[in-house]
Write a protein that binds this ligand. Sequence first.
Ligand SMILES: [Mn+2]
Length: 478
Amino acid sequence: MRRMKVELAKGRLWDTSKQSLKVPPCTGYGAITGNGASFLGKVHWQRLEKESAMFPEIEEDSVERGYANAREVYAAYGVDTEQALGRLAGIAISLHCWQGDDVGGFEAVDAVDGGGIQATGNYPGRARTADELRGDLEKAYSLIPGKHRLNLHSMYAETGGKKVDRNALEPAHYARWIDWAKANGLGMDFNQTCFAHPMANSGFTLASYDPAVRQFWIEHCIACRRISAHIGRELGTPCVTNLWIPDGFKDTPVDRRTPRELLRESLDAVFAERLDRRHHLDSIECKLFGIGSESCVIGSHEFYLGYAVEHNTLLCLDAGHFHPTEVISDKISSILIYIDEMLLHVSRGVRWDSDHVVILSDELRAIAEEIVRNGYIERVHIGLDFFDASINRIAAWVTGTRAMLKALLIALLEPTDMLRQLERDGDYSARLALLEELKSLPFGAVWDYYCAKQDVSVGPAWINEVRQYEADVLSKRG
Ligand SMILES: [Mn+2]
């Protein structure tokens, strides 16, 4: 039960989504009671129950009792739940703006393909303007416990209707995003957009054989680095700018070497200008294959790993960018021996698609465990990268981000020293058995308590809020 705005209409009470409410029929002005509701006047705030199913809110008492019990259970394993929650509150997840509008962007340009990205589905309510996208993001952040970041692609520039090509972008075109981030206490990350543009129509950008194409994208990448440094300076937290390009061959190429040499040359030009690491961090993202680049991707894992080690840039691992049986959790501890920091694009690959909404899967848990067990919280930047246009886009953001945070919480609640000791002693039987026992510890009670403490919906009640927002805001969009 929660408060909602109601108004009188034809003898019944309706909420603002026009869904009927369980209250007695009434007319005119006056007082009525029923189902805990009382009503006076035309518009009033009251506790009312919808006829449609509402997801239950967990009562505060119950959350407190559950937590008190969980705290004792974890203490028996030597785990301090308060400390775990304190650490969780310090981890910022970077929410990718492109889930909100199906990777469309707001540039004033003619329709283009310039491939590499496909969002499938036509669920209504896609954000059509930057203001709508910011509103949707605010709703999403309000349903996620903790303080997080925004990950913006350069194609979300606001140029006031003026056509500004990608190689001419400036910090001013992001002023409204920066002001909004400041007002909401959000850090920001950024991305070059080397797709969905006429200069990417060949499927090649920085590795193109055409020097004019390469030069255009080099200029775009440099412009984005300067914008990123500006963002980082303005917000007082380094802006991680991630570079991904679609370049690759659909069918078996004869020459895999030259495009890779060209890409290396282009990257050297892009990264030539030294920028202050307190404001800006460079990251490069590999892919094994894409739609239309099944046979060879120029920016492969080996290519970028070598480049990152040589230049100490960040390396971005996207969970959906490898062979379906290959996981990124196993790569983190190898890579961080050789470079200082990395970026994760947490996603969920399903067969050929790299970008399903993140859920609390074994691999998500393994990623979180690697970060927490190895003390990498300061060295691994966690970003999300998925886009599902077939479901409510705010529900997609909230589901994925809450899953990431739950995975981190489970890892923070692990009695790792105990497990490590078993491993060093060679007691693999007890290691396996204990890992399985730990899976049924009451982490959910700790999570609920965390949500309540952070003043965010506990349990599934956040879905009610998304539905309400859909009725009030998203359904009104054409
Ligand atoms: Mn990615």
